[in-house]
Design a protein around this ligand. Structure first.
Ligand code: NAD
Length: 483
């Protein structure tokens, strides 16, 4: 594909070039090859997209829940029908192994299916009044135009996690996807348009100039809600600007998940679980364990088992069978891995496997980093507080429960936490004390379209998915009726 055949932006039902007519390249991180070009939208395109969403709002909000549900259900079928094609695109654009891409497309479609059902359950309540001549009812109505800003690490499911509930609620939207994965965003919107989403209801501005588009979205008084997934630094900035015009805000941000192995747990099973969840998406996941605390009685067994499992992980291009570690998204990510490893080694940690950048024969991509286990990590090290977002498992011993809970909570973040124990009361007691939005108990994947996803503290505001997911897109209107 050349710059002349770049993908387009979507405004008011029309797929068109950005007004500037400029484009930007999209690169496969494994091969370093340019695989496409995307339209480089700007503030002017964004203003047009907001106007289109505003213009389409009344009619869309006026459709029946069953009509909106039908379109989402159809989108679910179309997306599942394209699972292989979308997964192949995702692997070439983002780098994750093909199997993980297939899983992600399924997860993305789950949000379409889930919110197709939830659309039909938007109801209000009746409330008894203190006055005999009065009745109260509540209506739940769409908040208005939504601005959705999404990251590159889950380039399809993070879109449907926002757009599906917005559509179900009767909101219209403007999407700004990450500059590193615009092709997945275009393919996702094509699915929704084909399913019957009317002109203007969904608009999308791809861009390499995130701040110009983002600022236009958050500063517009017409936009009534910001939904953002990405880093804490950017999310905080955008949320602050969005609240100047008192928009509804939900932000899903960074994480620094503790993973705790108690003395009554099976250390081999826990190490196998850690090896699976830590290296998912090459560690580029917000729920990735960042501090693995293992009771001293199990420490050696755990480190040995984890090291053996990690040695068996194959690094390469996501399309290659058997590969479970793809490239990191860019050079900056590799530099961060190198800096965290170097800092940890200087302060007394041990690398038991990996620890450095690797080259993969036949591939031009330079952002492969060996899956790594760092043992004997301490709070003095960068990796102990800073989100890694890459394939490094940081492990350390602990001695007692109170100490490990305090350490686990000693983080600005509060997204996911993991607990391995075979004692029911330990599981409940510890889960209650962990200041995190999600806890996996002997479970490495506490996520599903039907369950609320989100964090506390610097990990964000609001919940996506589950029963709560649609609430972010609805206002409650009280009606008092004199009878
Ligand atoms: P990022 O914050 O750099 O980018 C996220 C989005 O914001 C992208 O679309 C980007 O283009 C846009 N953006 C960047 N600067 C902007 C600006 N000044 N104005 C407007 N928009 C701007 O994050 P990323 O590197 O794409 O994603 C990685 C981060 O996302 C990690 O911290 C990860 O933990 C987090 N994340 C969180 C969740 C969650 O659900 N909590 C899920 C996935 C990723």
């Amino acid at each position: 594909m050349s710059a002349n055949t770049a993908t387009t932006i979507l405004i008011g039902g029309e797929w068109r070039e950005a007004l500037s007519r400029s484009t930007f390249p999209v690169t496969n991180p494994a091969t370093a090859a340019v695989i496409g070009w995307a339209s480089d939208g700007g503030a002017d395109d964004t203003a047009a997209a907001i106007a289109a969403a505003d213009g389409a709002f009344d009619a869309w909000a006026g459709t029946t829940a069953h009509q909106r549900s039908g379109i989402l259900a159809q989108a679910n079928l179309i997306m599942r029908g394209r699972q292989k094609e979308l997964a192949a695109l995702m692997t070439s654009e983002q780098g994750k192994p093909l199997k993980a891409s297939l899983n992600e497309v399924g997860y993305a479609a789950d949000f379409l299916a889930w919110f197709a059902e939830e659309a039909k359950r938007i109801g209000g309540v009746t409330i008894p009044s203190a006055r005999a001549d009065q009745r109260f009812i509540t209506m739940r109505q769409p908040v208005g135009v939504v601005a959705a800003i999404t990251p590159w690490n889950y380039p399809i499911s993070m879109l449907t996690r926002k757009l599906a509930p917005a559509l179900a609620a009767g909101c219209t939207s403007v999407l700004k996807p990450a500059a590193l994965t615009p092709l997945c965003a275009v393919a996702t919107l094509e699915v929704l348009v084909e399913a019957g989403v009317p002109a203007g209801v969904l608009n999308m501005v791809t861009t390499s100039r995130a701040a110009a588009v983002g600022d236009t979205l958050v500063e517009s008084p017409v936009v009534r809600k910001l939904t953002f997934t990405g880093s804490t630094a950017v999310g905080k900035k955008l949320a602050a600007k969005a609240t100047e015009s008192l928009k509804r805000v939900s932000v899903e941000l960074g994480g620094h998940a503790p993973f705790i192995v108690f003395p009554d747990a099976d250390p081999v099973r826990a190490a196998k679980g850690a090896a699976l969840v830590k290296f998912l998406n090459t560690g580029q996941a917000c729920i990735s364990p960042n501090r693995i605390y293992v009771h001293r009685s199990h420490y050696d067994t755990f480190v040995t088992t984890l090291t053996e499992r990690v040695k068996a992980l194959k690094v390469g291009a996501g399309e290659t069978p058997g590969v479970s570690i793809g490239p990191l998204i860019d050079e900056r990510a590799v530099t961060k891995m190198e800096s965290q490893v170097l800092d940890a080694l200087e302060k007394g940690a041990r690398v038991t496997v990996g620890g450095e950048r690797v080259e993969v024969e036949g591939l031009e991509g330079k952002t492969f980093f060996a899956p790594t286990v760092l043992a004997d990590v301490t709070p003095e090290m960068q990796i102990y507080y800073e989100e890694t977002f890459g394939p490094i498992a940081a492990v350390m011993p602990y001695d007692d429960e109170e100490e490990v809970i305090a350490k686990a909570n000693d983080s600005e973040y509060g997204l996911a936490a993991y607990v391995y124990t075979n004692d029911l009361s330990t599981a409940i007691r510890v889960t209650e004390k962990l200041r995190y939005g999600m806890v996996g108990v002997n479970d490495i994947n506490p996520t599903s379209a039907s369950a609320p996803f989100g964090g506390v503290k610097a990990s964000g505001l609001g919940r996506e998915g589950g029963y709560e997911g649609i609430d972010e897109y609805l206002d409650t209107k009280l009606v008092g009726i004199a009878v």
